[in-house]
Design a protein around this ligand. Sequence first.
Ligand code: SF4
Length: 179
Amino acid sequence: MQVTRRQFFKVCAAGVSSSSLVALGFSPTAALAEVRNFKLARATETRSTCPYCSVSCGLLIYSMGDKAKNAHSEIIHIEGDPDHPVNRGTLCPKGAGLLDFVHSESRISWDEAFTGIAKLMKEDRDTNFVARNQEGTTVNRWLSTGFLAASASSDETGYLTHKVVRSLGMLAFDNQARV
Ligand code: SF4
């Protein structure tokens, strides 16, 4: 391999400085770990649940920003919750990629999602709702839209979701945990 004079001096300088630092007690591994700890020490830690599948692994979500008015809060790191009985700190590749999911360019806001879904549901229900069957019996069915509930929801959320969906007349209703 050809090494230029400039490359040779660069390699020698790097070798001398790194061996000197190690001699002084600076282990690169320890130094890198300290940087990571310091970064997370100033972050807000929030417990959550992975939204992808019915295993429902526990998460620790770290964000910067103190949530003061006009302050911009941003999620900077997500990892498995070591205290969670389901996953004990581990995450599968989907869960390990959650930070990209959170910061995806194609992600829309909650307001956009909520308004858009409500609009589509109303349009479909107004068009396809069946109040009475052919015999004239009241049935109040809405068969053209289905609902898939999230398995990471609490019992209380599940109860309320069931009440809302059934009160709209929707019959196609399932849970992610069964899929
Ligand atoms: S981390 Fe993987 S296994 Fe765990 S809930 Fe998320 S998708 Fe499911």
